[in-house]
Design a protein around this ligand. Sequence first.
Ligand code: FE2
Ligand code: FE2
Length: 290
Amino acid sequence: MAHAIDVRKIPFEFTEAATDATASASQWHPTQLEWNHMLNGASLTMPYLEPFLNRTMREALTHIDDADLREDIDGFIRQEAQHYKNHRRYNEILKANGYQELAEVEASFEADYTALEKRSLEWRLAYSAGFETMTMGVTEWLVNDRESLFHGADPMFASFILWHMVEETEHKSVAYDVFQKLSGRYWLRIAGLVWGSLHVGLMSRRAYIVMLKKDGRWNQLSTRLRLYKMIGRFFGRAGTAMVRALNPAYHPDKVEDPAWVHQWREAYARQGENFVPVLDTKKQGIPPQF
Ligand SMILES: [Fe+2]
Ligand SMILES: [Fe+2]
């Protein structure tokens, strides 16, 4: 049976100006600037990474007859397309609000994916499945630690990121299933996990260094310490998802999604078309209610 993958076309409204929670449009978190830029950096990679995943999945589709898997791939592609379109709109605002230098970083992402495109389909599938596996850990981290990561943050940005995470759980098994169907080589799957995760992590780093330099913070010891602490938290949380994937019998469907994710889906399903699910980031625990 195909998975339930809902494509939600959500018109998040990012503002050009600062909101009451932020100092500027590019600063969505009122106090944690390093974390703010880490996530801005991750956002910057999405309009390069996610179209690459979609191109890889479209190519894989020409080798797959299984009707359920074909339906899953279709859902995957349509969800990722919504994600990167929203990220692209946000990134444009980011660049327009003091970080024009990010255009050069984007050009480097483009070059990275042009080079990646030359690898075999099997390798690109391993990269895609690996990245999606790491994403499951990031989802668990951001959802379960949402209070400390997003409390008091700009509600539109926090809601946008958490929507993306919710949808990642819906298509979490697709890239894995496609890789298993067309390859299934264990060591290549593990190589893809390390490669995909590291590559996207280092691309995000390229972007946040530029932003922190522009802010005059990159050379401050306190900034470096806060960054290392956050990277440590990333490995602590997302690392768990990567370690459990080392099991040869691993399958993403065996991993239970956080209860908050289910509640978010139910709350969203009660709303009509064109609804923007904005969370109350000032409420304790950021409940999945709109
Ligand atoms: Fe996505
Ligand atoms: Fe994804």
